[in-house]
Design a protein around this ligand. Structure first.
Ligand code: ADP
Length: 310
């Protein structure tokens, strides 16, 4: 993969050491050793572990992708595109891409460690969040999206499981596996991709192509999910979910208290015509965000229980 590196991994009885071999300009090879630690999670084609650099003592998250899973050219191209897009991004609300290397068995992508998992695990524990928490997490997601869209990148998979939390409770957007970079602002994309519950109607329709507005739609789905506790178009099967998205069939359940400002914002975003959706700045200026002040970061106690002031 990387032209300057050749690597190998070694098993020892107590700990697995991964070696990164770096070819220097003078032809010598230097070796950087890492200790493979705790298993963090599993994705579509990656297993993610904590990795400790034995030299610097820096702890990172390492995505291990087996070379076997990259035997098809399409899978390799997809990974190369994810790496190319992600490594160029630098923003406080985007998981930092450290670097990548490979050995005979795996490709290793080293990422900033997000020790407090994702909003998916948080929602499993908390069921639904208070408005202050939703304001705080959505504001950080919007900050990441503003940066991406400014750099002509569409994420295309905004959802609970791709929003990570660091030990300081900062929100970081990750997983650029479905992201795309436009050549110019007017370009339309045609690939059908996304996660069923969060997918925008124009992607399902497929006729006019899609652009940045698909991330705005998913942000609306995210806002609803954080406040209500389940996605707006969720049903037992994907086909019915898609039908409901196309018909814009969702409602706010009576038994869940959601403010009028939140309902107005979500309803303004979940509009089937992408051009009628608000911009990211419109969203930040909406009464949902301006009606009260909210903290930049939440205390770690909110991983288990609601904040005390609300
Ligand atoms: P894939 O691209 O194969 O879908 P993901 O990026 O979704 O893989 O990662 C799979 C899982 O690994 C995540 O759900 C999460 O539990 C864990 N994970 C991924 N990246 C990090 C990270 N930077 N810090 C901590 N855990 C992570």
């Amino acid at each position: 993969m990387s032209s300057r590196t050749r690597r190998s991994s070694i098993d020892s009885q107590e700990q697995q050491i991964i070696e990164e071999k770096i070819a220097k300009v003078n032809g010598e090879i230097s070796v950087k050793s890492y200790s493979k630690g705790k298993f963090l999670g599993k994705g579509g084609f990656a297993r993610v572990y904590e990795l400790l650099c034995l030299d610097t003592k820096q702890l990172t998250a390492a995505k291990l992708i087996t070379k076997e899973s990259l035997s098809k050219a399409r899978a390799r191209q997809k990974l190369m595109s994810e790496i190319k897009i992600h490594r160029a991004l630098h923003h406080p609300n985007i998981v930092h891409f450290e670097h990548f290397f490979e050995d005979g068995e795996n490709v290793y992508i080293l990422l900033e460690l997000c020790a407090n998992q994702t909003l998916s695990e948080l929602m499993r524990r908390r069921k639904r969040l208070t408005e202050i928490e939703a304001q705080c997490y959505l504001q950080q997601t919007i900050s990441a999206l503003k940066y991406l869209h400014c750099h002509r990148v569409i994420h295309r998979d905004i959802k609970l499981g791709n929003l990570f939390l660091t030990d300081k409770m900062e929100l970081k957007l990750g997983d650029f596996g479905l992201a795309t970079k436009l050549e110019h602002d007017g370009e339309r994309k045609r690939t059908i991709c996304g996660t069923p519950n969060y997918i925008a109607p124009e992607i399902l329709d497929g006729k006019q192509g899609h652009s940045y507005e698909v991330d705005i739609w998913s942000l609306g789905v995210l806002a609803y999910t954080l406040l209500v506790g389940k996605p707006p178009f969720e049903t037992a099967d994907v086909k019915t979910t898609y039908r409901r998205i196309k018909m814009n069939a969702y409602n706010f359940p009576d038994h869940v208290p959601v403010s009028d400002e939140a309902k107005a914002l979500i309803s303004s975003i979940l509009i089937n015509d992408p051009l009628k959706r608000p911009s990211l700045d419109d969203i930040l200026e909406s009464p949902f965000f301006t009606k009260n002040s909210f903290p930049k970061l939440l205390p770690a106690s909110t991983l288990a229980v609601p904040p005390s002031s609300s």
